[in-house]
Write a protein that binds this ligand. Structure first.
Ligand code: SF4
Length: 441
C-alpha cells in the first residue's frame, strides 16, 4: 500500500488533515545538525546544476501532492513546508512549489507555515509566500550572539538575523523564531540578550530548544576533542529558566516543553503531532502517521500489503495476527495489535526522484507503543493527555494504568476528568517521568 492509498482509506485510518512537505537542501551543514538535509551544491545528479536538481525535486513533490489530493477524503487544515531550508530553493522552483500547493490545498487551510533561514529570506521569497497565502513564517535564528552562531556553524550572523526579522515583520505573516539554549560559551547574559532582541521585534511565537549533541556532527567532534566545552548543567538550566521568565513576563506562555506564545498564536500544525492525530508527509525523509480508526474492521487490516519494507512485513504480520486473535476472543491481550501505520519517504535522493513509491518504508506501531506515544506527546503540552481519547483508543482509563507513577510524581501532575498534564517543573522533568511511565504502561 502506498501513501496516497493509505491516506484515502477512511474506513481504516483517521483522516489526515495536516501535510508536511520536506525540502532537504541547505547551503551548508551546520555543526550541530543531524536533520535529513544536504548541501544543495553537493547533491547534483549527472549533468544537472543545483538549480535543475532542485527543480526536479519540486516536480516530484508536486506529482506526489497531486496524487495525495486526489485520494484525501477531507480537505487539509494545516500545511508545513520544512527542511532543510525551503527558502534556498531557486526563485522559480520556490514559486512553482508554493503556487501549486496553494492551488491544490490553499482554500481550506487554517494555517500554512514555511521555515526560513535568515540568509535566504529575501523580499522576493516573502512576496511569493504572501501571494500563495502562507500565514506563518518560522525563522531559524538560534542566537543573536556572533560567537555562539559561529560555534553552531551557522552561516548567518546577528546582522543577518536582524535583517530577516525586520523583513518578516513587514509582511502580514505571523512570525516564529527559534532559539537554542545550552550552546558552548553561552552565558545567562548572552541568552537573555538573544531573547530580548527577539522580543523587541514583536515576534508572535518563540521556540527555545535545548542544544542536543548529535552523533557524528562537527559539534560533537569538537566537544570530544576538548575544543569546545558545554556549559555546566546547572548554569545551562538556570540560564534557560531565566530566558523562560523573560518570555513569560512578555506574555509568552509555555504551551509545550520548548514552545512559547501569547494565547491564540500556538502552532496548529505541531499540535497535530502532539495530539497524535493522523498526518501525511511528502518529500525525501518525510514521515506520515495514520492512526487506525477506533472502530476499524480488524479483518481488513489483513489485506494490507506493506510491500517489501525492511522489517515491516514481519512486524505487520505479528501485529495483525495479534489483532485477529483479540477480535476472535482467543486472547484478551491486545498490546501487539496495530494502532498506527507509520510511513517514511526514501532518504536516498536519486532513488527518491526515480521512484518515490519504491523507496517508501512502512511499519505498524502496535497498541502498546502507540499508547505510550499518546501519553509522551500529550505530556509535552500544557493541555496534556486527553483522557477520554486514551480510553476510547485503548479501552482502559489511563489513571489506574499509571497509578504508581501518578503517586510518585503527585506534586508534578495536574489531574482532572478530561486531561492529565504537568506543571512547569514537571515539564522540566519530562524524561525521567516518561521512563517511569514506560515501565508500567
Ligand atoms: S540550516 Fe537547519 S537543516 Fe540546514 S544544516 Fe543548518 S540546522 Fe540543519
Amino acid at each position: 500500500m502506498n501513501l496516497e492509498e493509505a491516506a484515502g482509506r477512511n474506513d481504516l485510518f483517521e483522516t489526515p488533515k495536516a501535510l508536511y512537505v520536506h525540502i532537504p537542501f541547505c547551503y551548508s551543514r551546520c555543526g550541530y545538525c543531524d536533520f535529513h538535509s544536504f548541501a544543495l551544491g553537493r547533491c547534483e545528479g549527472g549533468q544537472q546544476s543545483g538549480n535543475e536538481f532542485a527543480e526536479s525535486y519540486v516536480a516530484t513533490l508536486l506529482h506526489r501532492a497531486r496524487e495525495l489530493k486526489a485520494r484525501l477524503p477531507e480537505p487539509l487544515q494545516t500545511l508545513y513546508i520544512g527542511g532543510g531550508t525551503p527558502t534556498i530553493l531557486p526563485d522559480k522552483a520556490f514559486s512553482e512549489l508554493l503556487g501549486q500547493l496553494a492551488f491544490l490545498f490553499g482554500s481550506s487551510l487554517k494555517e500554512w507555515t514555511v521555515e526560513a533561514n535568515p540568509e535566504s529570506l529575501s523580499r522576493q521569497k516573502l512576496s511569493v509566500m504572501a501571494d500563495a497565502g502562507v500565514s506563518r513564517l518560522s525563522i531559524g535564528i538560534q542566537s543573536m550572539d556572533d560567537g555562539e552562531l559561529e560555534t553552531l556553524g551557522r552561516r548567518a550572523r546577528r546582522r543577518d538575523n536582524e535583517k530577516a526579522l525586520d523583513l518578516a515583520q513587514r509582511s502580514e505573516m505571523q512570525v516564529s523564531a527559534d532559539l537554542i539554549a545550552g550552546i558552548p560559551g553561552q552565558s545567562p547574559e548572552t541568552l537573555e540578550s538573544s531573547v530580548r532582541a527577539i522580543l523587541d521585534t514583536c515576534v508572535d511565537h518563540v521556540s527555545l530548544y535545548d542544544l542536543s549533541i548529535e552523533k557524528e556532527t562537527e559539534l560533537e567532534k569538537k566537544i570530544l576533542q576538548g575544543v569546545l566545552k558545554l556549559p555546566a548543567e546547572d548554569s545551562a538550566y538556570s540560564a534557560r529558566k531565566h530566558g523562560e521568565r523573560i518570555l513569560k513576563a512578555a506574555g509568552y506562555q509555555r504551551y509545550e516543553v520548548s514552545n512559547f506564545s501569547p494565547a491564540g498564536r500556538e502552532s496548529l500544525h505541531n499540535s497535530v503531532y502532539w495530539s497524535m492525530n493522523s498526518y501525511v508527509g511528502i518529500g525525501s525523509g518525510a514521515v506520515s502517521s495514520l492512526m487506525v480508526k477506533e472502530n476499524a474492521d480488524p479483518t481488513l487490516l489483513l489485506d494490507i500489503d506493506l510491500g517489501s519494507s525492511e522489517g515491516s512485513a514481519a512486524r505487520a504480520a505479528g501485529a495483525v495476527g495479534s489483532l485477529v486473535r483479540t477480535a476472535g476472543g482467543a486472547t484478551g491481550d491486545a498490546a501487539g495489535a496495530p494502532a498506527c501505520l507509520r510511513m517514511e519517504e526514501g532518504r536516498d535522493l536519486k532513488a527518491y526522484l526515480a521512484s518515490p513509491d519504491a523507496c517508501l518504508t512502512s511499519a505498524w506501531i502496535d497498541r502498546k507503543d502507540s499508547a505510550f506515544e499518546l501519553v509522551m506527546m500529550g505530556l509535552r503540552t500544557r493541555q496534556g493527555v486527553d483522557r477520554q481519547r486514551f480510553a476510547r483508543r485503548f479501552g482502559s482509563d489511563l489513571y489506574p494504568l499509571i497509578a504508581t507513577v501518578l503517586g510518585k510524581w503527585k506534586d508534578r501532575f495536574i489531574q482532572d476528568d478530561e486531561y492529565l498534564r504537568l506543571d512547569d517543573a514537571g515539564l522540566d522533568l519530562l524524561n525521567p517521568l516518561l521512563l517511569d511511565i514506560l515501565e508500567v504502561l
